[in-house]
Design a protein around this ligand. Structure first.
Ligand SMILES: N[C@@H](CCC(=O)N[C@@H](CS)C(=O)NCC(=O)O)C(=O)O
Length: 217
């Protein structure tokens, strides 16, 4: 019997979705990509929220009857189900969770919001807001850069879902954020290159549906 295929609701610009795409591809698990029409506001549509995600966000993973959201939960689910990339010991699993929480609160969230406002926002971003977001992102980047100064991967001896989570926004063109990450945080820069060597890695705009657009602001 053919195994049921995963369905993943995602779109090209979404680094949060790319975290889960990277994992599925690294696992060698085929999936059907369902495009989320984010830029036409579908995630705010009550019917979409009712059917797919009450939180109003991509990604959404469908595994048969299971509909799962939050990239961290999806990554953990896939790691447990396939027995890969979740950490080798209980201690490592806890470390992985610690970094995924840090990513969702500080590393991805401030940077992704900054990039979104600079590249895709409907109105010109307020410089005061941008300065605040950038300062918070820089603080988080410095912490991860220091952690990576003495190790190749965030946890343990190989890539884990902590790496897939934290790197979700690291593979987009530099002009979308205007920040030269590799130059400013060289250990993050080296880690990005290592991650590109993980079998299954792909450019987010090629791995997910949707149209790449030029930065707006
Ligand atoms: N913590 C969530 C964040 C998901 C998220 O913010 N997704 C964005 C796209 S990258 C979204 O759908 N945002 C809709 C909105 O904020 O209205 C995760 O990791 O899945």
């Amino acid at each position: 019997m053919e195994k049921p295929m995963y369905r993943l609701h995602c779109f090209g610009q979404s680094g949060n979705a790319f975290k889960t795409v990277f994992m599925l591809r690294a696992l060698g698990e085929p999936f059907e990509a369902v495009q989320v029409d984010f830029f036409n506001g579908i995630t705010r549509d009550p019917a979409w929220r009712e059917e797919h995600n009450e939180m109003g966000e991509a990604p959404v993973l469908e595994d048969g009857d299971l509909h799962l959201t939050q990239s961290g939960a999806i990554l953990t689910y896939l790691a447990n189900k396939h027995g890969r990339f979740g950490g080798a010991t209980e201690r490592e699993k806890l470390e992985v969770l610690r970094w995924i929480l840090f990513d969702n609160h500080k590393f991805t969230s401030y940077f992704a919001t900054y990039r979104f406002m600079k590249s895709f926002g409907a109105t010109e971003p307020d410089p005061v807001v941008m300065k605040f977001l950038l300062g918070r992102a820089e603080g988080a980047f410095a912490i991860v850069d220091k952690h990576l100064a003495t190790r190749d991967w965030m946890v343990g001896d190989g890539p884990t879902i902590a790496d897939f989570s934290l790197s979700g926004y690291m593979f987009y063109p530099q002009d979308e954020s205007g920040i030269d990450i590799a130059q400013r945080w060289p250990h993050i820069g080296a880690w990005i290159e290592r991650l590109k060597g993980v079998p299954g890695w792909a450019n987010p705009y090629e791995a997910m549906p949707g149209t790449q657009t030029a930065p707006k602001w």
